[in-house]
Write a protein of this length. Structure first.
Length: 366
């Protein structure tokens, strides 16, 4: 299906086809392609910057196999819990395929974030990795994935806001039909205004993408200045995203509500997470130790030789050959003449000295 989306105040018009290409008759949607692109860029950034957070890139790769599937499941589960209607066919029968069809849209970011935190906590405990440092590098990946992934909503023409006449308003026939169906257009004239471009909706997907881009810039600046404690980047992300999401969610027309109440679930979570993030930030600023130092890891043949080479044994203490060890000198027996070199022996007495010695001793000589 092709949608024509316009931004009349900006003079922009787009022909959007949800299908990117087909493989053996199976359609591959732009939504999935864009999500995958955001994921790959997030992973690349994480591997690049992991040593700066005291983490081994190999550990990041291992974590991906646990965290990413958990995040997808969590994002879809969150969406299904608060919007169970997507699980049923037109005749009212339950469809497992519809329940898991996240490739058609319907991934709640907060569900993915919650699942990411839980799975990362388990992984870090098992692998004995610092949880806060792991979440610090993860926060960059979350922002990258979110700022890119929101453009998948644009291609699907979803995640937009209430009617507006602002210069950057977004218009399309499908938007007009959905607003009319949901009772957000009270008159036929208002419906026609959307078709004509005089009335449009807030492009909330764009608001959130730009908010995440600003957040990424903020965290990059903090990285350049250096972390004060492990968890600083992640808690900054939680606060930043929570405040932005709470404000933007209030403009949307497709919000998930908290079990039939007028409370928007993501707006509520945004406010709560921001408050909790502020509290934890202050607490860790006062009690946490300094941030983990960067990991310096040698690569290449030199590192392999360094790892294979045995540790050198300590060199024996040098002794002067002319000076025997004190303990040996003290313990040496008196009758060591046999071990004394001939050159060092006392010279024989002369005849004169012998005669004198005999006289002194009484001439005891037979």
């Amino acid at each position: 299906m092709i949608n024509t989306v316009t931004f009349p105040g900006l003079g922009l018009e787009f022909e959007l086809n949800r299908v990117a290409f087909s493989v053996f008759g199976h359609n591959i949607y732009w939504y999935g392609v864009i999500i995958a692109a955001g994921f790959l860029l997030a992973v690349a950034f994480g591997l690049w910057k992991a040593p700066k957070f005291g983490l081994d890139p190999d550990t990041i790769v291992d974590a991906i196999f646990y965290v990413v599937p958990s995040a997808i499941i969590g994002a879809r589960l969150y969406y299904v819990i608060f919007n169970p209607a997507v699980c049923y066919n037109a005749d009212g029968s339950f469809s497992l395929l519809r329940a898991i069809a996240f490739w058609d849209g319907g991934l709640a970011i907060y569900g993915g974030v919650i699942a990411t935190v839980i799975s990362a906590l388990i992984f870090c405990r098992v692998r004995k990795v610092d949880f806060w440092s792991g979440m610090d590098i993860t926060s960059y990946g979350l922002l990258i994935g979110q700022l890119i992934g929101r453009w998948g909503n644009f291609v699907n023409v979803e995640a937009y806001g209430a009617p507006t006449t602002l210069p950057w308003r977004m218009c399309s026939e499908s938007i007009a039909n959905e607003l009319w169906r949901d009772g957000l257009l009270e008159t036929d004239a208002a419906y026609q205004q959307v078709l004509d471009g005089a009335l449009g909706v807030h492009p909330t997907f764009l608001y959130e993408s730009l908010w995440n881009l600003l957040g990424l810039g903020l965290l990059l600046l903090l990285m350049k200045k250096g972390r004060k404690f492990n968890g600083q980047m992640f808690l900054s992300y939680v606060i930043w995203y929570g405040l932005g999401r709470a404000a933007i969610e209030g403009l949307r027309t497709d919000s998930l509500y908290f079990f039939g109440t007028p409370i928007r679930s993501s707006q509520m979570l945004g406010i709560v997470s921001a408050l909790v993030g502020i509290g934890l930030f202050v607490l860790r600023l006062k009690t946490a130790g300094p941030a983990s130092p960067p990991l310096i890891k040698k690569i290449g043949p030199a590192a392999e030789k360094a790892e294979e080479a045995p540790a050198p044994s300590p060199a024996p203490a040098e002794q002067s050959p002319a000076e025997p060890a004190p303990e040996l000198a003290e313990a040496a027996p008196a009758d060591t003449a046999d071990d004394t070199p001939a050159e060092a022996a006392e010279p024989p007495a002369t005849a004169e000295e012998t005669s004198k010695e005999e006289t002194d001793n009484g001439g005891d000589n037979h």
